[in-house]
Ligand binder design. Structure first.
Ligand SMILES: Cc1cc2nc3c(=O)[nH]c(=O)nc-3n(C[C@H](O)[C@H](O)[C@H](O)COP(=O)(O)OP(=O)(O)OC[C@H]3O[C@@H](n4cnc5c(N)ncnc54)[C@H](O)[C@@H]3O)c2cc1C
Length: 564
């Protein structure tokens, strides 16, 4: 974190901010960090006084980890959750003490760090995924945001109402004890989750599919977070991160939380069962159906949720108000995409709001948020729905648990299906890295067509609109570690080093908010075949070309609606 961001912030008057953020979940906190790191004033209102007590998301995708790295705290996040040497395998069982049907092996956090440096192609990345509960990650985001001078975290304050005038939003926040606080901000961002007050008050509808019923991952679910000191011993298999149960009685999945004795089990309600009203004894029985044995456990918390949503808000902006995260799109958690898509909303909106707040960009830049992020929300909810169908509609043949040769054959067949499914759902570099902003007004046209979108394959390309291709440098650094925090002009030409001084001087003379990165190496030229590539603050390629005949200032006018 820069000292500037920690200490200065933009000028701050009591109750007056550049941005008011409703909701201090991962998305609101991430947005606050993006703004605060650029010295923009922001307040985060969160009705609950603390970060989430629920396990919720368990998968932080590689792209989110790359953003955490850009902001300097990926290592803190990678240290959270399971022990460093704990494998993050995905396993499928009839019952957890019964037959193991399939296992998809994935690395521990410690191995992921080492492995990342040796992977190329689809998985060439500065960071690999990290599998850890959201309830551990949110406090890190909170602390990172709290350390920024221009950010105020107002937890325990609910956004109750607001009104909008020509140049500002006036908001009323209310504390649990009834105290009131009035705030003024240039923009309001609704990061207030699935039941978003902001979205509802704007009258913005969600479009898409909801209420889908499946055998599994469709309909009412109940989550039980518990401590069971002997569970690993009872299961008697190598540890895994995710445990899925398939049997005629109870389908569910369980995630390991700390690798010692904490777990969260998500169970599918069946006809007549009501997730809201089941008591603890019923929840325990349901877990024991999946386990196939009695279990001594202490329940820490329980909650209900609905699987089967693929919903996206019809608009992500109305006047001075924006929507991001679950307020803007609702997923079924297959694929682990909800919070990750929300983090990318925050990254996208963060640099844009900051550029306008700081007077560097024209206000019209903000129109590109919906143009870029809504198609991605539609894409990602579509992928998640496909995974939910693949696992939720799959019914193993009768006889799965029979201790006969026929039963064994059925289990082998089910195992083969589940192994294929696991690769499809949990090996998703294409979804993670392949999201693109083609057609955005900020992205320059290019003669080359980008590779087709595919969930499980990512083909690095510097065609403008996608993530800048990644590579490891000879000194062991990631290319991304060399990018500036704002825009970067990458020069991979053979003469790049010689030309650097005069190019840097020209950039400085024109007062461009641009970092020049000279990288005259063959490996970089393979990924970046044009001599110059303009990379945005969110590491998306905005433009590429062989000469700077197009004045750099003109490039920035297009890529960020630069005001000069
Ligand atoms: C079982 C389960 C598993 C999941 N697994 C994954 C996964 O592996 N990967 C993944 O990417 N996603 C996953 N998700 C989804 C993920 O949990 C959500 O997408 C994520 O929490 C959304 O973040 P958010 O910040 O948009 O909203 P939230 O986390 O819902 O945060 C919104 C915040 O706003 C507050 N708030 C609401 N109204 C107001 C108001 N009026 N004023 C002030 N504050 C308000 C709320 O209290 C809350 O703190 C999972 C979800 C579930 C249920």
């Amino acid at each position: 974190m820069t000292d500037e961001a920690r200490q200065t912030g933009t000028r701050r008057e009591a109750g007056v901010f550049d941005v008011a953020i409703a909701g201090g979940g991962p998305v609101g906190l991430m947005l606050a960090i993006e703004l605060g790191r650029r010295g923009v004033t922001a307040v985060v209102l969160n009705d609950r006084p603390t970060t989430t007590p629920y396990a919720a998301a368990n998968a932080t995708q590689a792209r989110t980890m790359e953003h955490y790295r850009r902001l300097g705290f990926a290592d803190r996040v990678r240290a959270l959750g399971l022990p460093p040497d704990y494998p993050t395998d995905i396993t499928y069982f009839t019952r957890y003490t019964g037959h193991e049907l399939a296992r998809f092996s994935l690395p521990s956090a410690r191995d992921a760090r080492v492995l990342a440096r040796s992977l190329s192609g689809s998985w060439s990345a500065a960071e690999l995924p990290h599998r850890c509960s959201q309830m551990f990650i949110e406090p890190v985001l909170y602390e990172e945001a709290a350390g920024l001078a221009s950010v105020e975290l107002a937890f325990g304050w609910r956004l109750a109402e607001w009104s909008e005038s020509r140049d500002a939003v006036q908001a009323l926040a209310v504390a649990a004890d009834g105290r009131e606080r009035r705030l003024r901000a240039r923009w309001l961002v609704g990061c207030d989750g699935a039941r978003s007050l902001v979205r509802r008050r704007l009258g913005i509808e969600l479009g898409g599919e909801t209420g889908v019923q499946r055998d599994f991952m469709g309909g009412r679910m109940h989550a039980m977070y518990f401590r069971a000191p002997r569970l690993y011993e009872q299961i008697g298999r190598p540890p895994a991160w995710m445990y899925w149960a398939f049997n005629a009685e109870r389908r569910g999945f369980m995630a390991a939380i700390d690798g010692r004795d904490e777990f969260v089990f998500h169970m599918q309600m069946r006809g007549g069962e009501d997730a809201e009203s089941i008591d603890e004894a019923q929840a325990r029985r349901m877990f024991e159906q999946a386990l196939g044995a009695p279990c001594a456990l202490q329940v820490r918390s329980r909650s209900s949720w609905i699987a089967g949503h693929s919903l996206v808000a019809r608009r992500l902006r109305a006047g001075r108000v924006f929507l991001a995260g679950d307020a803007a799109h609702l997923f079924t958690p297959t694929g682990g995409l909800g919070y990750n898509t929300g983090v990318e909303d925050a990254v996208n909106l963060g640099w844009k709001l900051a550029a306008v707040a700081r007077g560097e960009a024209d206000e019209s830049l903000l129109d590109s948020y919906e143009a870029e992020r809504r198609p991605l929300a539609l894409r990602n909810t579509g992928y998640a729905r496909g995974f939910a169908d693949s696992i939720g509609l799959y019914r193993p043949p009768a006889g799965l648990e029979d201790e006969t040769a026929e039963g064994a054959a059925i289990r082998a067949e089910a195992g083969a299906y589940l192994e294929r499914h696991a690769r499809m759902e949990f090996d998703i570099p294409g979804i993670t890295f392949g999201g693109r902003y083609d057609g955005s007004p900020l992205i320059a046209d290019d003669a080359e067509t980008p590779p087709p979108d595919a969930a499980n394959v990512y083909r690095p390309t510097s065609v403008p609109g996608g993530r800048a291709p990644h590579l490891w440098l000879d000194d062991g650094a990631s290319l991304y570690d060399r990018f500036g925090f704002g825009f970067t002009l990458l020069d991979t030409g053979e003469r790049a080093a010689q030309d650097a001084a005069s190019l840097a001087a020209a950039i400085a003379r024109a007062g461009l908010p641009l970092t020049l990165l000279s990288l005259p190496v063959a490996q970089a030229r393979e990924l970046y075949p044009r001599r110059f590539t303009l990379v945005r603050p969110d590491q998306i390629v905005a433009w590429r070309g062989d000469s700077l005949a197009d004045e750099p200032a003109q490039l920035l006018r297009r890529a960020m609606h630069w005001r000069r």
